[in-house]
Design a protein around this ligand. Structure first.
Ligand SMILES: [Zn+2]
Length: 321
């Protein structure tokens, strides 16, 4: 059985044809052109699907289309919002035009939910029937697999782990809450915390990291912070402790509710290596009921950037079983 997986990102739309016999096509990628609005995004999804279909033998029957999208997708395929990087995408009805065009079932879900499904089917969450994926990137997203099924909640909004408050007096979030996990563990937040910590050191230029951040603050990235963490710079390491302690609180709260077998941490921030997982593990037991804590593990995502298209294709495959 063949299906198409589509991954909508802020800069590009990617697509793949995947089959349950292990076949995977090359990934097709075109610009999202998000600034032209939601209808243009939809047109570009259609272009990716047409490109993919041209690449396979016409005798191959595609059984469904799966889509991973930023934001929330209601059960009828309407984008409910939450996709800040795709202006004009909110309110777009996805299923009807694609179904009319291609005549096959269409299923869409949140991009991190789709990533969770990919890791469950092919990656770091294989065999973990209850698992939680957390994507640490420009924001912090979450995806839930419960009893081997994705759990989106009634309106696709379940798993908003990034907006769990992990510090009631903490950093203000643009969602209106205070101390959201996203304000600590997203890449821009890591940079902001690093700058604030280095500011405390300003008079001393006490470490190479503090000097680097104070001398050229505009070029600081989360990746740079973790290069200094890997080198053992004490100020950078302190930033890592702050971030991972908050991340551990978020994980502990979710663990107490879901009691999963596994957490999978992915996204661009995790490209910096296993140091985040190692540090988080030191803190999680503080924030989680012991009997639950003893029964899950925390691993790094395995599929990287391909998780989106593979999970979307798996989503389509499940929709038609
Ligand atoms: Zn928030």
């Amino acid at each position: 059985m063949y299906s198409i997986g589509i991954d909508i990102g802020g800069t590009s739309i990617k697509g793949i044809i995947s089959a349950d016999n292990g076949y995977r096509s090359e990934i097709v990628r075109i610009p999202t052109e998000a600034t032209y609005g939601g209808i243009r995004i939809l047109d570009n999804i259609i272009r990716v699907i047409e490109h993919l279909m041209q690449r396979v033998d016409s005798s191959i029957k595609i059984s469904g289309i799966g889509i991973g999208s930023p934001g929330f997708i209601d059960m009828d395929g309407t984008v409910l919002g939450g996709a800040g990087n795709l202006p004009g995408w909110e309110g777009i009805q996805i299923y009807t035009p694609l179904h009319q065009k291609f005549g096959i079932p269409v299923t869409a879900s949140n991009d991190v939910t789709v990533m969770a499904l990919a890791e469950y089917c092919y990656g770091a969450a294989r065999g973990a029937n209850n698992c939680v994926c957390i994507a640490l990137g420009t924001g912090v997203g979450g995806g839930l697999i419960i009893n081997g099924q994705i759990h989106g909640g009634t309106h696709g909004m379940a798993g908003e782990i990034g907006h769990i408050s992990v510090d009631t007096n903490g950093r203000e979030c643009n969602c209106g809450q205070r101390g959201c996990l996203e304000q600590y563990a997203a890449a821009p937040s890591i940079v902001a915390i690093a700058k604030a910590e280095c500011e405390k050191e300003k008079n001393y230029h006490s470490t190479a990291f503090a000097k680097r951040v104070i001398d050229s603050p505009d070029s600081v990235t989360a990746k740079l912070v973790y290069e200094y963490v890997a080198d053992g710079d004490p100020v950078a390491c302190n930033v890592n402790e702050i971030i991972c302690e908050k991340l551990a609180r978020g994980i502990g709260i979710v663990a107490n509710i879901i009691a999963p077998d596994r957490f999978v941490l992915g996204g661009g921030v995790m490209m910096s290596g296993d140091i985040i997982i190692d540090t988080v593990k030191r803190y999680v037991s503080r924030y989680c009921w012991r009997s639950i804590y003893e029964r899950f593990d925390i691993r790094a995502a395995e599929l990287g950037e391909d998780a989106g298209v593979l999970g979307a294709a798996a989503l389509a495959m499940r929709g038609i079983q």
